[in-house]
Design a protein around this ligand. Structure first.
Ligand code: HEM
Length: 195
Protein backbone atom coordinates (compact mmCIF):
# COMPACT_ATOMS: atom_id res chain seq x y z
CA UNK A 1 0.00 0.00 0.00
CA UNK A 2 1.34 3.46 -0.87
CA UNK A 3 1.76 5.69 2.16
CA UNK A 4 0.25 9.02 1.13
CA UNK A 5 0.08 10.65 4.56
CA UNK A 6 1.51 14.17 4.02
CA UNK A 7 3.74 14.00 7.08
CA UNK A 8 5.47 10.87 5.80
CA UNK A 9 7.55 10.43 2.67
CA UNK A 10 5.78 8.31 0.04
CA UNK A 11 6.79 4.66 0.34
CA UNK A 12 5.93 2.04 -2.21
CA UNK A 13 7.21 -0.81 -0.09
CA UNK A 14 5.10 -2.63 2.41
CA UNK A 15 5.65 -5.07 5.22
CA UNK A 16 6.16 -8.02 2.90
CA UNK A 17 9.21 -6.61 1.04
CA UNK A 18 10.60 -5.40 4.37
CA UNK A 19 10.08 -8.79 5.99
CA UNK A 20 11.67 -10.58 3.06
CA UNK A 21 14.71 -8.33 3.23
CA UNK A 22 15.00 -8.37 7.03
CA UNK A 23 14.89 -12.17 7.16
CA UNK A 24 17.00 -12.91 4.08
CA UNK A 25 20.08 -13.82 6.14
CA UNK A 26 18.02 -16.12 8.39
CA UNK A 27 16.62 -17.83 5.27
CA UNK A 28 20.10 -18.35 3.86
CA UNK A 29 21.35 -19.84 7.14
CA UNK A 30 18.32 -22.14 7.15
CA UNK A 31 18.92 -23.23 3.56
CA UNK A 32 22.45 -24.10 4.60
CA UNK A 33 21.18 -26.17 7.53
CA UNK A 34 19.08 -28.21 5.08
CA UNK A 35 21.93 -28.61 2.58
CA UNK A 36 22.50 -32.29 3.46
CA UNK A 37 19.12 -33.04 1.90
CA UNK A 38 19.93 -31.19 -1.33
CA UNK A 39 23.27 -33.00 -1.57
CA UNK A 40 21.65 -36.45 -1.32
CA UNK A 41 17.85 -36.11 -1.60
CA UNK A 42 17.03 -39.82 -1.72
CA UNK A 43 19.34 -40.92 1.10
CA UNK A 44 18.47 -37.94 3.31
CA UNK A 45 14.70 -37.92 2.79
CA UNK A 46 14.04 -39.48 6.22
CA UNK A 47 16.06 -36.92 8.22
CA UNK A 48 14.56 -34.14 6.07
CA UNK A 49 10.98 -35.20 6.82
CA UNK A 50 11.82 -35.68 10.51
CA UNK A 51 13.28 -32.16 10.70
CA UNK A 52 10.28 -30.66 8.89
CA UNK A 53 7.89 -32.47 11.21
CA UNK A 54 9.75 -31.23 14.30
CA UNK A 55 9.71 -27.66 13.00
CA UNK A 56 6.06 -27.78 11.89
CA UNK A 57 4.95 -29.04 15.31
CA UNK A 58 7.06 -26.39 17.06
CA UNK A 59 5.53 -23.61 14.91
CA UNK A 60 2.05 -24.96 15.55
CA UNK A 61 2.57 -25.12 19.32
CA UNK A 62 3.99 -21.58 19.42
CA UNK A 63 1.33 -19.89 17.32
CA UNK A 64 -0.22 -16.85 19.01
CA UNK A 65 -3.59 -16.27 17.33
CA UNK A 66 -5.61 -18.19 14.78
CA UNK A 67 -4.45 -18.91 11.23
CA UNK A 68 -5.76 -16.37 8.73
CA UNK A 69 -8.02 -17.57 5.90
CA UNK A 70 -5.22 -17.79 3.29
CA UNK A 71 -3.22 -20.16 5.46
CA UNK A 72 -6.23 -22.04 6.81
CA UNK A 73 -5.25 -25.55 7.99
CA UNK A 74 -2.07 -25.86 5.88
CA UNK A 75 0.34 -26.11 8.84
CA UNK A 76 -1.72 -28.84 10.56
CA UNK A 77 -2.14 -30.68 7.27
CA UNK A 78 1.60 -30.49 6.64
CA UNK A 79 2.38 -31.82 10.11
CA UNK A 80 0.09 -34.79 9.53
CA UNK A 81 1.56 -35.37 6.07
CA UNK A 82 5.15 -35.35 7.40
CA UNK A 83 4.13 -37.84 10.07
CA UNK A 84 2.46 -40.18 7.53
CA UNK A 85 5.32 -39.84 5.05
CA UNK A 86 7.84 -40.75 7.76
CA UNK A 87 5.78 -43.77 8.76
CA UNK A 88 5.53 -44.89 5.13
CA UNK A 89 9.27 -44.86 4.59
CA UNK A 90 9.88 -46.40 8.02
CA UNK A 91 11.94 -43.51 9.40
CA UNK A 92 11.72 -42.32 13.01
CA UNK A 93 10.83 -38.75 14.03
CA UNK A 94 13.57 -36.60 15.57
CA UNK A 95 15.09 -38.05 18.73
CA UNK A 96 14.72 -36.20 22.02
CA UNK A 97 12.14 -33.80 23.36
CA UNK A 98 9.91 -31.71 21.14
CA UNK A 99 11.54 -28.57 19.75
CA UNK A 100 10.06 -25.54 21.48
CA UNK A 101 9.92 -21.88 20.53
CA UNK A 102 11.28 -19.44 23.13
CA UNK A 103 8.00 -17.49 23.16
CA UNK A 104 4.59 -17.40 21.43
CA UNK A 105 4.95 -16.45 17.76
CA UNK A 106 2.63 -14.04 15.97
CA UNK A 107 0.19 -15.97 13.79
CA UNK A 108 1.22 -13.86 10.76
CA UNK A 109 4.87 -14.88 11.27
CA UNK A 110 3.79 -18.52 11.42
CA UNK A 111 1.64 -18.02 8.31
CA UNK A 112 4.50 -16.35 6.42
CA UNK A 113 6.83 -19.26 7.17
CA UNK A 114 4.20 -21.85 6.32
CA UNK A 115 3.05 -20.33 3.03
CA UNK A 116 6.43 -18.91 1.98
CA UNK A 117 8.31 -22.14 2.53
CA UNK A 118 6.11 -23.86 -0.06
CA UNK A 119 8.00 -21.81 -2.69
CA UNK A 120 11.22 -23.46 -1.61
CA UNK A 121 9.54 -26.85 -1.57
CA UNK A 122 9.19 -26.64 -5.35
CA UNK A 123 13.01 -26.48 -5.58
CA UNK A 124 13.41 -29.37 -3.16
CA UNK A 125 10.82 -31.44 -5.03
CA UNK A 126 12.71 -30.95 -8.30
CA UNK A 127 15.94 -32.07 -6.61
CA UNK A 128 14.29 -35.20 -5.22
CA UNK A 129 12.68 -36.11 -8.54
CA UNK A 130 15.90 -35.47 -10.47
CA UNK A 131 17.71 -37.83 -8.07
CA UNK A 132 15.16 -40.57 -8.88
CA UNK A 133 13.08 -40.24 -5.69
CA UNK A 134 9.30 -40.37 -5.45
CA UNK A 135 7.60 -37.29 -4.05
CA UNK A 136 5.97 -37.95 -0.67
CA UNK A 137 2.57 -36.34 -0.08
CA UNK A 138 4.01 -33.55 2.08
CA UNK A 139 5.87 -32.21 -0.97
CA UNK A 140 2.68 -31.88 -2.96
CA UNK A 141 0.49 -30.08 -0.41
CA UNK A 142 -0.04 -26.45 -1.25
CA UNK A 143 -2.26 -23.54 -0.40
CA UNK A 144 -5.10 -22.73 -2.82
CA UNK A 145 -4.26 -20.67 -5.92
CA UNK A 146 -3.77 -17.01 -5.00
CA UNK A 147 -3.31 -17.62 -1.26
CA UNK A 148 0.34 -16.46 -1.18
CA UNK A 149 -0.47 -13.24 -3.03
CA UNK A 150 -3.47 -12.56 -0.77
CA UNK A 151 -1.36 -13.27 2.31
CA UNK A 152 1.35 -10.83 1.16
CA UNK A 153 -1.32 -8.20 0.62
CA UNK A 154 -2.63 -8.85 4.09
CA UNK A 155 0.89 -8.41 5.52
CA UNK A 156 1.13 -5.08 3.74
CA UNK A 157 -1.99 -3.83 5.52
CA UNK A 158 0.06 -3.98 8.75
CA UNK A 159 2.86 -1.82 7.31
CA UNK A 160 1.85 1.18 9.39
CA UNK A 161 1.81 -0.62 12.70
CA UNK A 162 5.47 -0.50 13.76
CA UNK A 163 5.05 -2.61 16.89
CA UNK A 164 3.22 -5.41 15.06
CA UNK A 165 5.65 -5.23 12.12
CA UNK A 166 8.67 -5.51 14.43
CA UNK A 167 7.11 -8.44 16.22
CA UNK A 168 6.38 -10.26 12.96
CA UNK A 169 9.98 -9.78 11.77
CA UNK A 170 11.43 -11.00 15.10
CA UNK A 171 9.05 -13.96 15.19
CA UNK A 172 9.87 -15.01 11.63
CA UNK A 173 13.57 -15.03 12.60
CA UNK A 174 12.65 -17.15 15.66
CA UNK A 175 10.70 -19.48 13.35
CA UNK A 176 13.76 -19.90 11.10
CA UNK A 177 15.76 -20.68 14.26
CA UNK A 178 13.31 -23.50 15.03
CA UNK A 179 13.89 -24.97 11.58
CA UNK A 180 17.65 -24.77 12.06
CA UNK A 181 17.38 -26.43 15.47
CA UNK A 182 15.34 -29.23 13.87
CA UNK A 183 17.87 -29.64 11.03
CA UNK A 184 20.75 -29.72 13.52
CA UNK A 185 19.01 -32.60 15.30
CA UNK A 186 18.44 -34.43 12.02
CA UNK A 187 22.04 -33.96 10.80
CA UNK A 188 24.13 -33.57 13.96
CA UNK A 189 27.42 -33.77 12.04
CA UNK A 190 26.57 -31.12 9.46
CA UNK A 191 28.89 -28.20 9.92
CA UNK A 192 27.20 -24.80 10.07
CA UNK A 193 28.94 -22.84 7.32
CA UNK A 194 26.65 -19.83 7.52
CA UNK A 195 28.09 -16.43 8.48
C1 HEM B 1 17.25 -26.14 1.28
C2 HEM B 1 16.18 -25.55 1.77
C3 HEM B 1 15.49 -24.39 1.12
C4 HEM B 1 15.59 -23.90 -0.14
C5 HEM B 1 16.47 -24.38 -1.28
C6 HEM B 1 14.70 -22.77 -0.23
C7 HEM B 1 14.49 -22.02 -1.36
C8 HEM B 1 13.57 -21.03 -1.50
C9 HEM B 1 13.22 -20.38 -2.73
C10 HEM B 1 13.82 -20.69 -4.11
C11 HEM B 1 12.25 -19.47 -2.47
C12 HEM B 1 11.52 -18.61 -3.48
C13 HEM B 1 12.13 -17.29 -3.64
C14 HEM B 1 11.31 -16.51 -4.65
O1 HEM B 1 10.59 -17.10 -5.47
O2 HEM B 1 11.35 -15.31 -4.58
C15 HEM B 1 12.01 -19.53 -1.04
C16 HEM B 1 11.13 -18.73 -0.38
C17 HEM B 1 10.87 -18.83 0.95
N1 HEM B 1 11.35 -19.78 1.83
FE1 HEM B 1 12.77 -21.14 1.43
N2 HEM B 1 14.08 -22.60 0.97
C18 HEM B 1 14.52 -23.57 1.81
C19 HEM B 1 14.13 -23.80 3.11
C20 HEM B 1 13.23 -23.03 3.77
C21 HEM B 1 12.80 -23.28 5.13
C22 HEM B 1 13.21 -24.48 6.00
C23 HEM B 1 11.95 -22.29 5.45
C24 HEM B 1 11.27 -22.16 6.78
C25 HEM B 1 10.05 -22.07 6.99
C26 HEM B 1 11.83 -21.41 4.29
C27 HEM B 1 11.05 -20.28 4.21
C28 HEM B 1 10.84 -19.53 3.07
C29 HEM B 1 9.99 -18.36 3.01
C30 HEM B 1 9.21 -17.75 4.16
C31 HEM B 1 10.00 -17.92 1.69
C32 HEM B 1 9.24 -16.73 1.10
C33 HEM B 1 10.19 -15.53 0.94
C34 HEM B 1 9.41 -14.33 0.39
O3 HEM B 1 9.27 -14.23 -0.82
O4 HEM B 1 8.95 -13.51 1.19
N3 HEM B 1 12.63 -21.90 3.30
N4 HEM B 1 12.81 -20.49 -0.48
Amino acid sequence: MLDTHPSRPARASGLHPHLREATRAAHLRTEDAFAPFLRAPVAELGPFLAAQLGAARALHAARDGTPVAEENSLLCDLGDAYENDLREIGHAPLPGNAILAPRPLDTLAVGYLTLGARLGTAVLARALTAAGGTLPRSFTLSAPEGAWRAFRQRLDTHSHDPARSARIVADVVAGFDLHRAAAARAWPHHEDRSP
